[in-house]
Design a protein around this ligand. Structure first.
Ligand SMILES: Cc1ncc(COP(=O)(O)O)c(C=O)c1O
Length: 395
């Protein structure tokens, strides 16, 4: 951030911000005006709410999850009593870590994983154990092998959960395949673990069909902790996310949430409910998909034309989300202290080094590019700058 501020001419392919230009100013303005044209609703918006959240919003989330996850595989036991509104999904991730984990407990995470959650786990003294991922997401066989290893080491009791981003992962851009969704829920049930399903990017789908969430495979609703958010699909500033919780976790999470926030901002929840009911949300997501699809196409085209000729650089082509994850040749160090980072800044581009996305034993040759914020021209300029920097350091 300091480098970006000091050099405003840099193209930042680092920050995971949603696109500033497509933020839903008119849609939010229209919903806000409608809300405040009704005195009873305006007063409700300005009053305290409940810790669990605004009932019509929770009902609408259930309706949408049922529609997206489909019948008959749909979550038969899903109802609004298990849906908790949070200040973005990050609050839910914190609450779950806080409630579920004691110091020394283990959470199995993809290697790599969303680095903010790795920080949350470290803060509660838990251990994030990295498990292999590939282009189809977390590898179930690798999870099972790690569980067997932990059992042999007498540590099964310490493993509490699996954390997985099921759609267009941050940082890899990959989604968990359909077959693996069923397999993962099966493993978690057999080993009595929770799965924390982070679905932050579900709506940012540019190619291919939607997939049912892990929650749809959890027929008694006691295994999957589902975290959703309107941050990526509408506005991170409104800070409304939600959780679908197993019944056993509802009480503890609500008690902790009540201690911390006394309920998520009611105004934001009523605004979000208005946006969903009024049709502005769906219209916005449709526009967003168009715009991000163009950016994804641009970043992939630039990578094909400018990075591929350098050889030995690999990436998986994402079909949604905001990230492109690059694997460079073994000797290239992408870390902030390494030579590539400094050269990239000199050439005019910022990226996110891959090493913070791993628990232990982080490889040094990975990096993340975010394509959501820059214009298509800047994406090309940024990739060209990265190619120039890479040419100077590639062995
Ligand atoms: C994978 C993942 N999960 C959760 C979040 C948190 O988003 P929010 O708290 O705004 O819902 C992010 C934000 O970048 C993310 O990338």
């Amino acid at each position: 951030m300091a480098k970006a501020l000091a050099h405003p001419e840099l193209v930042s392919l680092a920050a995971g911000f949603v696109d500033h230009e497509t933020l839903p100013v008119e849609a939010a303005d229209q919903a806000w005006r409608e809300l405040f044209s009704r005195p009873a609703e305006s007063r409700a918006a300005l009053q305290y709410g409940t810790t669990i959240g605004y009932p019509p919003l929770r009902e609408e989330i259930v309706r949408r999850m049922r529609a997206a996850d489909g019948e008959p595989a749909g979550p038969v036991h899903l109802d609004a009593s298990q849906v908790v509104i949070t200040a973005g999904s990050n609050q839910l991730l914190f609450l779950v870590a806080d409630v579920l984990l004691d110091p020394g407990d283990i959470v199995l995470c993809g290697a790599p994983s969303y680095y903010v959650f790795l920080g949350t786990l470290a803060n509660v003294g838990a251990q994030a154990v990295g498990v292999q991922v590939d282009q189809d997401g977390l590898v179930p066989e690798a999870i099972e092998a790690e569980l067997l290893r932990r059992r042999a080491a007498g540590q099964s009791q310490r493993v509490k959960a699996i954390y997985v981003t099921t759609y267009y992962d941050n940082p890899t851009g990959c989604s968990l395949s359909l077959a693996r969704r069923a397999a993962l829920v099966d493993i978690a049930r057999r080993w009595s673990l929770y799965i924390i399903e982070d679905a932050a990017y579900r709506e940012l789908r540019y190619y291919g069909p939607d997939q049912p969430s892990l929650r749809a495979f959890d027929l008694d609703g006691e295994t999957v902790i589902h975290a959703g958010t309107f941050s990526k699909s509408f506005s991170p500033g409104i800070r409304v996310g939600w959780a679908v919780l197993p019944k056993a976790l509802l009480g503890p999470v609500l008690a902790e949430k009540g201690n911390i926030d006394f309920g998520s901002p009611n105004f934001n929840q009523l605004l979000m409910a208005k946006v969903l009911h009024g049709g502005q949300f769906d219209a916005h997501v449709a526009r967003l998909r168009e715009s991000y699809r163009r950016k994804l196409d641009a970043v992939l085209q630039a990578a094909d034309e400018l990075l591929a000729p350098l050889g030995r650089i690999h990436w998986v082509r994402p079909s949604g989300g905001l990230y492109l994850w690059l694997r460079l040749p073994d000797g290239v160090d992408t870390s902030v202290a390494g030579p590539l980072f400094a050269r990239a800044v000199d050439e005019g581009v910022l990226y996110v080094p891959g090493d913070p996305c791993y628990g232990q034993g982080a490889p040094r040759n990975m990096l993340r590019l975010s394509f959501g914020s820059p214009t298509t021209d800047d994406l090309r300029r940024g990739i060209a700058a990265l190619a120039r920097a890479l040419r100077q350091v590639m062995p």
